[in-house]
Design a protein around this ligand. Structure first.
Ligand SMILES: *[C@@H]1O[C@H](CO)[C@@H](O)[C@H](O)[C@H]1NC(C)=O
Ligand SMILES: *[C@@H]1O[C@H](CO)[C@@H](O)[C@H](O)[C@H]1NC(C)=O
Ligand SMILES: *[C@@H]1O[C@H](CO)[C@@H](O)[C@H](O)[C@H]1NC(C)=O
Ligand SMILES: *[C@@H]1O[C@H](CO)[C@@H](O)[C@H](O)[C@H]1NC(C)=O
Ligand SMILES: *[C@@H]1O[C@H](CO)[C@@H](O)[C@H](O)[C@H]1NC(C)=O
Ligand SMILES: *[C@@H]1O[C@H](CO)[C@@H](O)[C@H](O)[C@H]1NC(C)=O
Ligand SMILES: *[C@@H]1O[C@H](CO)[C@@H](O)[C@H](O)[C@H]1NC(C)=O
Ligand SMILES: *[C@@H]1O[C@H](CO)[C@@H](O)[C@H](O)[C@H]1NC(C)=O
Ligand SMILES: *[C@@H]1O[C@H](CO)[C@@H](O)[C@H](O)[C@H]1NC(C)=O
Ligand SMILES: *[C@@H]1O[C@H](CO)[C@@H](O)[C@H](O)[C@H]1NC(C)=O
Ligand SMILES: *[C@@H]1O[C@H](CO)[C@@H](O)[C@H](O)[C@H]1NC(C)=O
Ligand SMILES: *[C@@H]1O[C@H](CO)[C@@H](O)[C@H](O)[C@H]1NC(C)=O
Length: 805
């Protein structure tokens, strides 16, 4: 099947929709053919050789015997989209057992509807006899494609397709190849193994394109509310998709699919092989695990087998970022550490390997008999260990996982609990100095190792994830529409590095923020592709992109409008001297001070959004400019991160002009970028910026402002200073926002503040490798991951220029 959506074709599509908006399909019907509009007992029997067709009143659907493409002597009784020539079949009675010329569809004198295969066998799908009064009942095809005889309807016996207007009532659909099923409208399965679920069952597929789910937000296809022909299908590749017919290019486009990462689908690759994304949205690659060779008949997609039979002395090969999932032949264990996990696998003779999760959960899963559903996914801190014969010479080519530096320290450093308990300061200083020296020694070594891995990681990203195209797109607005919506761009609500932001209201009363981009590089095609990627990122804590405009060199993005404004307004109520020209009129007494619970919720929300960008998106997205101005607060103070993905839009321009070596905002930029330039941008630089924001959320002061007001020294460094205050001097109150210091001193929030402080210190480590991943930061803030005692953040290592590889 070919349903690829190239940017060009999608642009054409938009052209189509916006030039002929929502013209009903029925308005362009061809003249009605002379075949029958209903099949009754007087026309019975209906034979394949008669070439008769039953039409729906609107001529959109047709039903009848269709010859097989490969054998015109065999027929399937089907319902299809009449006007479409490719993949038009939406239902069939007997696709698993085609009939020959002697078959017939009959209505018997007793009123039973039968598909007789010529030998008396009835192939009509039903749980019981399909009977009705033959004098008053006809077989009819409704306008929505539902074939009806009496109380029997084809919508109750779907094959692999659900049509718009079809109610799902615990309905099961099965892929044509019989391998995959969407069971009870809730579980996408391969055999007994489930690999996707919407949560609650689907209820109805509406004409406008959305799927209604019990007690849940509906699923919206990207062409929602356009009058296209659609179908929901369990495809032969195991994905659940909504297809939409593109009338200009006369082909089906995928406008929604359950799994964007196709390797998540079970049995995409055979036993002992590993599925790898190819960067395309409709294909995958299968490779054998090291120590295995492809099946001689079908290659790695069919599966792989051992090169060397196992002797009694096995060894394990480590496959970074690889997991084997699901399947009945897997045992999950909770083990204290990886050695115990491995020992369990060695004990069990049918164990062929195990996977171990390094995210703190220490989950161990033994794989029995075969390695199934292998998947390479660099977003997960997981590794597989494959048991091979001791003589096996293969090496693992899956590597590059960044291990967190192991710090073992018997004493936990925490900030002082408010009821004053004197601790042994000298001892703490001793511990800190020890760590500091260890850090000095390990720093150089680890940084070089990090560089090597980083280069590999970046190349992997280039070859694998970055070319993929989305299955749909955001709404395109015309310049005129946005001009009207924003009342001729009259209400400016923000001014940022990317351009001005105006408030507006769409005709449907949605309030929006329209960002007018300046200096956007690349052509409309590139712009469209980038915008589509941004629009595809859905997370509660990410600002929603609703649409865009690309017209006459004007490029704009249309976002949901968040009335409360950005976090900086709440954190730093006094305007900075340098911003005095901004003419702030707001009375600062009216701005509520955020309490610890709200601050905690904000940091967790922001951390989750960044973790989503780093680890869960199909493509790794770096934010590059995390700062309070880019964190918006909605009415419940639920944070929404904005400006993600935008730096991509300007990438080309910046490399060409090369005016500033560093992207981002001074004060929030990670030290390695300051020292080495933007090419060293990794996810860990975002972690640093987040750490700085976290510290500001606690202190209620800008890191730069702090310096001006409290300390004079040129060596002064906010994170290092905060570390000293919190863990050495034990004068936490000097750091915290004085508006809520009382709450802290009453002691109720010690746990939260302690966790936030320790997490911030880890995020602000000068060695990128020492900073936790954003997923770990989320767990630290949530209290799900024990936090090792932090080390003092410093900028020392950057004075040494590392040897570049
Ligand atoms: C994937 O899409 C491309 C076009 O983008 C098409 O040529 C190719 O046949 C498709 N592959 C599959 C497996 O559908
Ligand atoms: C059928 O296809 C023709 C083009 O082949 C088109 O003009 C017409 O509008 C289509 N009719 C329907 C009902 O989609
Ligand atoms: C039924 O309709 C099809 C398609 O319009 C046409 O080719 C065929 O000749 C019609 N058959 C009869 C008996 O009218
Ligand atoms: C048609 O199929 C039926 C059932 O499989 C079989 O009994 C019959 O002999 C076949 N007729 C011809 C002409 O092949
Ligand atoms: C269906 O009808 C056939 C003949 O008309 C009869 O032999 C059979 O028992 C009926 N089955 C059921 C379940 O009603
Ligand atoms: C259908 O009509 C025929 C003749 O009009 C009659 O004999 C027969 O009983 C009717 N069948 C039913 C089920 O009403
Ligand atoms: C949609 O379904 C409802 C209820 O099943 C039916 O009454 C209506 O006619 C259908 N709409 C179309 C366009 O067939
Ligand atoms: C759905 O199925 C349940 C139980 O099978 C039945 O009671 C209910 O009437 C059905 N609803 C519809 C709309 O068909
Ligand atoms: C869906 O799958 C889950 C987990 O396998 C199972 O607990 C649940 O009963 C299934 N639901 C249905 C309706 O099949
Ligand atoms: C769908 O589009 C029509 C016409 O533009 C509009 O009247 C209707 O409100 C839209 N429906 C939804 C749910 O957006
Ligand atoms: C592995 O063992 C099987 C039988 O257990 C044997 O058929 C096969 O030849 C052996 N393979 C090798 C490479 O020794
Ligand atoms: C792993 O855990 C076991 C049991 O708690 C312990 O005996 C062993 O020393 C641990 N191994 C390592 C390397 O920490």
């Amino acid at each position: 099947m070919s349903f690829a959506a190239t940017p060009l074709s999608i642009l054409l599509l938009f052209f189509f929709f916006f030039t002929s908006p929502l013209s009903p399909a029925a308005a362009q019907l061809p003249p009605k053919p002379t075949n029958f509009s209903a099949f009754s007992i007087s026309q019975s029997p209906w034979r394949p050789t008669q070439n008769l067709i039953l039409f729906s009143p609107n001529s959109l659907f047709a039903a009848g015997f269709q010859p097989l493409p490969k054998n015109s002597n065999l027929f399937v009784f089907s319902v299809w989209y009449f006007n479409i020539s490719t993949d038009n079949v939406v239902w069939s009675a007997n696709h698993l057992s085609p009939v020959n010329r002697s078959a017939a569809l009959v209505i018997t004198r007793t009123g039973q509807l039968r598909l007789d295969d010529g030998s008396g066998r009835n192939l009509w799908p039903s749980n019981s006899n399909v009977s009705a009064n033959p004098n008053s009942t006809q077989l009819i095809l409704r306008n929505d494609g539902d074939l009806i005889y009496g109380t029997w309807e084809s919508f109750q016996f779907p094959t692999n397709t659900i049509l718009p207007n079809q109610t799902l009532n615990g309905t099961t659909i099965v892929s044509n190849n019989g391998k995959y099923a969407f069971k009870n409208s809730v579980n996408l399965t391969f055999g007994a193994e489930r690999y996707w679920t919407p949560g609650n069952p689907f209820q109805i597929f509406l004409i406008e394109g959305q799927i209604i789910i019990n007690n849940q937000t509906p699923i919206f296809p990207s062409d929602f509310n356009s009058t296209r022909l659609r179908k929901l299908v369990v495809d032969d590749d195991g994905n659940l998709k909504i297809f939409s017919f593109n009338p200009n290019l006369r082909r089906w486009d995928v406008v929604w699919q359950a799994h964007i990462e196709l390797c998540e689908i079970f049995h995409t690759c055979g036993p002992n092989s590993i599925c790898m994304s190819t960067g395309s949205y409709n294909s995958t690659n299968c490779v054998c695990a090291p120590g295995f060779i492809p099946d001689p008949r079908g290659g790695a997609r069919q599966g792989c087998h051992r090169k060397l039979n196992m002797s009694n002395t096995p060894k394990f090969l480590q496959l970074d970022f690889v997991s084997f999932r699901g399947g009945v032949k897997q045992i999950s264990l909770q083990t204290p550490n990886i050695s115990v996990c491995q020992a369990n696998c060695l004990k069990n003779s049918s164990c062929v390997g195990y996977t171990f999760t390094f995210d703190g959960s220490a989950q161990c899963a033994l794989q029995l008999d075969i390695l199934s559903n292998g998947l390479w996914s660099p977003g997960m801190k997981i590794a597989a260990f494959v048991k091979v014969d001791n003589l096996e010479t293969d090496h693992s080519n899956f590597n590059g996982m960044m291990y967190k530096l192991q710090t073992t320290c018997p004493v936990h450093i925490t900030i002082r609990p408010p009821p004053v308990i004197k601790d042994n300061t000298t001892r703490n200083i001793l511990i800190i100095s020890t760590i500091f020296i260890a850090e000095l020694i390990s720093g150089a070594v680890f940084f070089c190792a990090f560089l090597k891995r980083f280069v590999k990681y970046r190349d992997m990203a280039r070859t694998l994830g970055l070319e993929s195209l989305p299955a749909g797109g955001p709404k395109q607005f015309t310049y005129a529409e946005l001009k009207t919506a924003t009342n001729n761009f009259s209400t400016c609500i923000g001014r940022g590095g990317f351009g001005e932001v105006f408030k507006g209201e769409l005709p449907d009363k949605r309030v929006v923020a329209v960002k007018c981009l300046k200096n956007v590089a690349g052509g409309d095609r590139d712009f469209w592709a980038e915008v589509t990627i941004i629009a595809r990122m859905h997370h509660l804590n990410l600002l929603r992109l609703w649409g865009f405009c690309a017209e006459k060199n004007k490029k704009m993005l249309v976002y949901e409008h968040i009335p409360n404004g950005s976090l900086d307004k709440f954190l730093f109520p006094k305007p900075l001297p340098s911003d005095s020209e901004k003419n702030e009129t707001e009375s600062y007494d009216e701005i509520p001070s955020l309490d610890w619970n709200i601050r905690h919720r904000i940091v967790i929300g922001v951390a989750r959004a960044i973790a989503y960008l780093h680890e869960e998106c199909l493509e790794w997205v770096l934010h590059r400019d995390i700062k309070p101005e880019n964190i918006l607060l909605d009415n419940d103070f639920c944070p929404k991160l904005s400006d993600f993905g935008l730096s991509k839009l300007r990438q080309n321009e910046e490399t060409r002009v090369s005016m500033s070596r560093i992207r981002g905002t001074p004060g929030y930029v990670a030290p390695e970028l300051v020292k080495l330039g933007s090419n060293w941008m990794t996810t860990k630089a975002d972690v640093y910026s987040f750490g700085m924001v976290l510290l500001e959320i606690m202190s209620g002061r800008r890191n730069c402002e702090m310096k001006r007001s409290t300390v004079e020294s040129a060596e002064w460094y906010f994170p290092g200073w905060a570390f000293e205050k919190a863990f050495v001097e034990e004068r936490m109150e000097e750091i915290l926002d004085d508006r809520i210091r009382d709450e802290w001193e009453s002691g109720g929030h010690w746990g939260i503040v302690n966790r936030m402080m320790q997490t911030a210190m880890w995020c602000l480590q000068s060695l990128p490798e020492k900073r936790p991943s954003m997923g770990e930061v989320v767990k630290m803030l949530e209290g799900k991951l024990e936090i090792a005692p932090p080390e003092k953040p410093s900028v020392y290592f950057l004075s040494e220029h590392p040897t570049t590889s």
